[in-house]
Design a protein around this ligand. Structure first.
Ligand code: NAP
Length: 253
């Protein structure tokens, strides 16, 4: 529950080993959050994340087992987290896989694995969290979407389409939650230098987990329901959205 002056107290990170998820939790702790719940496939491997959060001032760091692909476990996970932390002020959905486009576009099982984690897993766990937020009557769900899903590109259409699905689900969920006190903030970063993009050539307008975190935390204090990081991508994408497909697929994106 936010405190008397509206500061976030409790944060849940789904994908607790994510660089962007951690940076966002650290930034929220810097603004007064006390308890951070990290939910990850390997909770035993979160020592570095816990150390960083405690160094930032977190009083309590709790670990939970969470696999986006194990959709049958999501309702129980949310109940477990709430039983140990109380109401969820901010939940950050930061899990995801990039996949390997060269393999994924011809291998059905690989393509489905990307869709299952990024989209199906998101649909499941966001629904479970949203039910809890409805019950509480407050709380914000931050969903890490991507500009890759805003207009799906030939060069990474398997990942991009999974993010497009997730983004559509999250914006629809945001509309469904209007009037309940609960909110959804959709975050659409461009290229972020993180574990996910390690070894890749940075794209133009590339950014960092800390910059995504700072923009997210700022947006949590305002009225925005969708943000782009960096902000210039909003304008760029509003133009790219209208480029005819035969031309769009030839762009070096
Ligand atoms: N990096 C970018 O350029 C970029 C741009 C736009 C959007 N995003 C999105 O931002 C989010 C965070 O990405 P990041 O940059 O912080 O990358 P990251 O550090 O690689 O974080 C992604 C996390 O997802 C977790 N994960 C993967 N599959 C999972 C599963 N089945 N169940 C639970 N967790 C799973 C991974 O955990 P383990 O492998 O440790 O289990 C990993 O820590 C992702 O949704 C990503 O798609 C990233």
């Amino acid at each position: 529950m936010r405190n008397a002056v509206g500061d976030v107290q409790t944060v849940l990170v789904l994908g607790g080993s994510s660089d962007i998820g951690l940076a966002t939790a650290v930034a929220l702790v810097g603004k007064g959050a006390r308890t951070v719940a990290l939910a990850a496939r390997r909770p035993e491997a979160l020592d570095a994340q816990e150390t960083a959060l405690r160094a930032a001032g977190a009083r309590e760091v709790l670990r939970f087992a969470f696999d986006a692909d194990d959709t049958d476990a999501h309702v129980a996970l949310v109940a477990d987290v709430v039983a140990r932390t109380g109401d969820l002020d901010v939940t950050v959905a930061a899990f995801g896989v990039l996949g390997d486009q060269a393999v994924d576009e011809t291998d059905p099982a690989s393509a489905v694995a990307v869709a299952r984690t990024n989209y199906v897993g998101g649909v499941s766990v966001l629904t479970a969290v949203a039910n809890q937020l409805r019950l509480q009557g407050h709380g914000t769900l931050v969903v890490l979407s991507s500009v890759a899903g805003e207009r799906v590109r030939r060069s990474n259409f398997v990942y991009g389409s999974s993010k497009a699905g997730l983004d559509g689900f999250a914006t629809g969920l945001a509309d469904a939650l209007v009037g309940t006190g609960a909110k959804v903030l959709v975050v659409r970063p461009g290229f972020v230098a993180s574990k996910m993009t390690e070894g890749m050539e940075p794209a133009p307008l590339s950014t960092t987990p800390e910059a995504v975190a700072a923009a997210t935390v700022k947006a949590l204090d305002g009225r925005a329901t969708v943000i782009w990081v960096p902000g210039a991508l909003r304008l760029l994408m509003s133009g790219l959205r209208h480029v005819p497909r035969p031309l769009f697929r030839r762009l070096p994106l």
